[in-house]
Structures are given as C-alpha cells and as structure tokens.
Design a protein around this ligand. Sequence first.
Ligand code: G6P
Length: 468
Amino acid sequence: MTAADFVVVANRLPVDRVEGPDGEEIWRTSPGGLVAALEPMMRNVNGAWVGWAGQADVELEPFEAGGIRLIPVALSAEEVAEYYEGFANDTIWPLYHDVIAPPQYHREWWDAYVTVNRRFAEAAAATAAPEGTVWVHDYQLQLVPQMVRELRPDVTIGYFHHIPFPAHGLYAQLPWRDQVLRGLLGADVIGFQRAQDATYFLTAVRRRLRYEVKGAHVSVPDGDGVRTAMARAFPISIDTTPYLELAAREDVRARAAEIRASLGNPKRILLGVDRLDYTKGIRHRIKAYGELLAEGRLKVEDVTLVQVASPSRERVDAYVHLRDEIELAVSRINGDTDTMGHSAIRYLHQGFPREEMVALYLAADVMLVTALRDGMNLVAKEYVATRVDDRGVLVLSEFTGAADELRQAVRVNPHDIEGLKDAIMTAVEMTPTEQGRRMRSLRRRVLDNDVDAWSSSFLAALSEVRGR
Ligand code: G6P
C-alpha cells in the first residue's frame, strides 16, 4: 500500500457500514457534523482516512469510496461498548458538555479507550508518508496525537476538537485528566471551535501540568529539550456549494412548497434539526412551544413545528431516556392541541438525505437551534447558506460555537423558558424587511467563512508551528 502525505484520523469513516433488511451490506454517509465538514477537503488532497466503519467485529481491507482512500479500524463488540458507548459517549461527551447528563467514570472504559486509541495511532503511523501530516479529530481520539508522535516523530500532527472543552472546575473531575492533556499536547497544533475552549484548555495545561504557556503557545517537554505546541480557535464551517446549488434547483423548491402544503399551509413553519441528543435542548424548545400554544399566543391552525431528530447512540442509557421524554412531550402537546387538519408538532425520528433537508430549510420560516451546549452547530450554518432568498429567521442559543459568529440571529438562553418563548414570538412576527436585513448579514458571514477557509487556516497554522 502506498503511503499517504496527508492522513485524517477520526473515529468514524465518512461512510458507515449497515446491514440491509436481507442482511446485505449497505454503505451510507456517517452521522454528525465532523464527517460533513471534512469530506469535501479530503476530495482535494492525495490522502487517506483512518476510521471505524460503525459496526462491531467487522474486519475490512482498505478500500476507496468517493475518491477517498479509507483505512478501516476494527472494534470488537466489547470495545464498542467500553470505548465508544462508554468512555467517549458516557464519560467525555457529558463531561465536556458541562455535565448536562452525569458522566460515568469506569476504569475498564478508560483501559479500552487507551487500547483503541493505540490501534488508531498505529494505523495512522503505518499509513503516513515520511515527513507527512496526520490530522486527528475529536474527543474519541484524544490520546492519538502523542501516540503517533512516539511512533513517528518525523510527521507533523494536528488535532481538532469538534466539541466544547470544559472549564477547569469541571475538567478536574476526570480521573485521567493529566493523561488526556499529555495526549492532546502530542499535536503541533490543537484546534478548538471557540476562543473560550482554547482558553479553558490552556488553563488546564498550566494548572495541571505546570507547563509554560505564553499566549497560544505551550512549551512541551520533549526528550531532553522542549518543543512548542499551539492551541487556539479555528471555528469550523460547512461546504456551502451544495446548499446553494440545491436551493436554486426547481425540483427542490417545488418540494419545499409541497412540504408546506402537506402540513396544511400553516402561516409559519418552525423547524428543529438535531441528532437526538440531550445537548441539543430539544426538550426546552418543545416545552416553550407547547406553552405558547397552551397560552393562546400561538394557534395550532397557524403554526407547525417540524422536529427532525435523527437516531443517535441508541444503546447509551441517557439517550434511551431522552427519547422517551421527548416522545412523551410531543404526544402530550399534540394530544392536547391538534385538530383533524393541523398538527402542532410533526416529529420525525429519522435521518434524511441532503436534498430533503434543503427543501425543509427552504420551507421553514423559523429555524430553532436551542442547544444547551454545542461545539459549533453546523445546522445553523446550513440553514443560513440555504436561504438564498434572504428570508427566514434563525433563533440561536448563545451556548453554541456558532453564536460567536452569527451575531444577527435571534439569540436565546434556552434555560430561560420565558425568554425562549419571547424569542420564538419575535421570530414568528418578524417583518420581511427585518428578516432580510439579518439574513443578508448572516449569509455574508457563512459564505465568506466556509469549510475551505477553516481547513486552510488550520493547515497554515500547522506548517507555521512546525517551521519554528
Ligand atoms: C458529533 C461529534 C462527532 C460524531 C458525531 C456523531 O458531531 O463531534 O465526532 O461523529 O457527533 O456521533 P456518533 O457517535 O454517531 O459518531
């Protein structure tokens, strides 16, 4: 196998292997923002992508898909339970999202995390060309940068953290807090979504490891000497081109009109699009909306909330409970307020192809992004990119990374249900002129800072640090 100059390492490959109804093999696009953001960049470089195919106990040879060379890493069923569902998604995920759900700390999960991180690091080290670049992604693989450095001191190593990094008071809970910091500091550049995340990380480094920190630079002991690692924000974005193209397509616009008609032509369509995750504030959104209906500030004949909640991490307890809670809340509100012709909430526990999502974005007068904590939230950017007509209102939680950039959104604190209700009313009642004014500014921001700008600035920082 030829070595690759540029190697992406992420928990998931860009495609997921699933079994069809007759046990046949089906490949589909992996869930979440990480893959959506990285895939376009990988098409333009001669690189390889190291990741897991999404199923336990499946050994696969390297293969090519959509012009990208894929190097599968196998996980046993036990590793899926302990490394992926356990340490990544029931320890780190809740801890790093400000303990919205209680993190579980189990030593066996940590052991599995170390073992699996080493496997990813070995695959990356075996794939990278001499003096090549390895770009590691996200919280599932925080030990990989240092492990790659030990195996391959010649390569340049980047790490990008797609989710929040917590304040020191919370981070300090982690029993393996020092090991994780050392793992991350194996990278030459450690990228975060927000300036605040980078600050929290640097504070943890200073306080726990006592390394010297000057601005964004950390002096990391390295053998007998010291090397420099840099940590700062590189807010991620989307590839805007497919959204612009789809939004201009006649059939997609016709589909948007069809969606509106099939909902009974309400005056306003509200939309939520999330993985079904407790960080997304779906419960808060539904509660606020339900109260507006109950108080008569909104009428079921006039509005519909479409909530797309794509299935996620369905074997982790917190997600099982969340689904029950949301489905109970949705059916209560619908039961109390629906008429034969109108439904308060159209709830879809499904994922949809991008074309259908663009039609939904075009149909939605108000986009509700009410996350309690979110690294970035690319759905907000997708909505803005899609609105080529300069219409629509984005309601955006201040606890998302996107809130740092999308200043002309209607900002909300989703914990404040009264404030959230008022924000929904402001959005529902906003005049077309005001919508246009805000949307034009939002669109400028998203179109000028797309995913190419993000990856270029990260890679430029990487060569600068490596050249020091
Ligand atoms: C977020 C994370 C990604 C993750 C995605 C989907 O976007 O930042 O790393 O891949 O969620 O979650 P999953 O557990 O299905 O990979």
